[in-house]
Design a binder for this molecule. Structure first.
Ligand code: ZN
Length: 389
């Protein structure tokens, strides 16, 4: 309700300006118009937004010359989710033969936003392309076209237009462009065109040397080629770029060290990380290593000491699992129940959180589904319940 009121204040302001400008010529119609706006505002204040919108709509229909009012109303409808009405208002405005060119361009921009909201990307793209040569709207049109290319997975176009926007605005866009390169690399990987994928990943790291995703993919490429030392180098580069992504490289690093027979090195590395992070995933990985190579007692001793200082859900479940394996007499039924509960909790828990909007999700998205930021979603040190954050 308050939002609606603020949205319509420009409408009221436009009315005042319009009325003042033409006061000498059409005093009586301006007075009637002002009365209408105040009636509309009163309805808003009385929390009757639908009736208020009807009043404003009737007034806009009567006053064919008031383009500003139509623009404001169209935006209002779009914000309320009434996209068809917004499209109708903005299309009608553009169709007017005597509309000022600056207002026509603004109406085109708004109509493009309407089409975007309606998912009509082809129509939106055509409108934004028309606006590219208008200096006042070039940056906005480029940004919206980049958004469309992302939705349509037209990554080459997204890169080309991002480069253009970076040149015009002077604003660094390398982080985003690096992810477009990674998207192309993943497509090449899916086609088994490894050389092409490697080239895109090199491009990604040139654009953004901090791009962890590029090194993760380079590690996967190296593993696929059987070059495990190279894979280890790539995964360790991820750690250096952002230690928060270490949980993502635990499994592949463990695999590489195992194949190369360098398990002591892996164990030493895990212990070093565990002393710094104490997260559930690192604890679980170290317990797993101890269980495999040093036995149950070593794993239990480590977990009991670690969980006392740094309790984690993953660590707890691992502890219970080991005790269940041992089948510890009368405690068995209790342990089984505890294992079921912790597994259920873990199955519905989230592993990642967006640094930008706080969204928590179960799998890694490189582009946040909540705020559309790239590389903002990071692994959580331990799993958390989705309602817990
Ligand atoms: Zn987000």
């Amino acid at each position: 309700m308050t939002e609606l009121l603020w949205l319509l204040l420009p409408v009221a302001a436009a009315s005042g300006w319009w009325a003042a400008r033409r006061a000498g010529e059409h005093q009586s119609s301006a007075t009637a118009r002002s009365a209408g706006y105040f009636k509309g505002l009163n309805l808003l204040i009385e929390d009757q937004p639908d009736q208020a919108i009807e009043v404003f709509t009737r007034m806009a229909d009567v006053d064919r010359d008031t383009a500003e009012i139509h623009l404001a109303l169209g935006n209002l409808f779009r914000r309320r989710g009434e996209v068809d009405r917004a499209i109708h208002i903005h299309s009608s405005l553009i169709a007017r033969p005597r509309l000022a060119s600056s207002q026509r361009r603004r109406a085109m921009l708004e109509l493009g936003e309407d089409y975007l909201r309606a998912g009509l990307f082809d129509r939106a793209e055509a409108l934004f392309r028309e606006l590219l040569d208008q200096p006042a709207h070039t940056q906005t049109a480029l940004a919206r076209l980049i958004h469309i290319f992302q939705q349509e997975k037209e990554w080459r176009q997204a890169i080309a237009y991002s480069d253009r926007l970076e040149r015009i605005s002077g604003e660094y866009r390398g982080r985003q462009i690096a992810h477009f390169c990674c998207e192309l690399a993943e497509e090449a990987l899916a086609r088994s065109e490894d050389a092409d994928a490697r080239s895109w990943l090199s491009d990604a790291l040139t654009r953004d040397p901090g791009c962890t995703r590029a090194n993760l993919l380079l590690g996967q490429l190296a593993m696929r080629a059987g070059d495990y030392p190279q894979a280890i180098a790539a995964f360790q580069a991820v750690e250096r770029q952002d230690p928060g992504y270490f949980p993502e490289v635990i499994a592949p690093l463990s695999e590489c060290y195992r194949i190369l027979g360098r398990l002591d090195e892996w164990s030493a590395h895990l212990r070093q990380i565990q002393r710094q992070q104490h997260g559930g995933r690192v604890t679980d990985a170290l317990a797993d290593w101890l269980l495999r190579y040093e036995g149950e007692d070593a794993a239990l001793q480590f977990l009991e000491g670690e969980l006392r200082e740094h309790p984690t859900l993953l660590g707890l479940r691992r502890l219970v699992e080991i005790k269940l394996e041992r089948g510890e007499g009368a405690e068995y039924a209790d342990l089984h129940a505890l294992h079921c509960i912790s597994t259920q909790m873990l199955n519905s828990a989230a592993r990642y959180r967006c640094d930008h909007c706080g969204l928590i999700v179960k799998s890694l998205h490189w582009c946040c589904p909540g705020c559309q930021q790239w590389a903002a979603i990071k692994p959580l040190p331990d799993l958390v319940m989705k309602t817990g954050v």
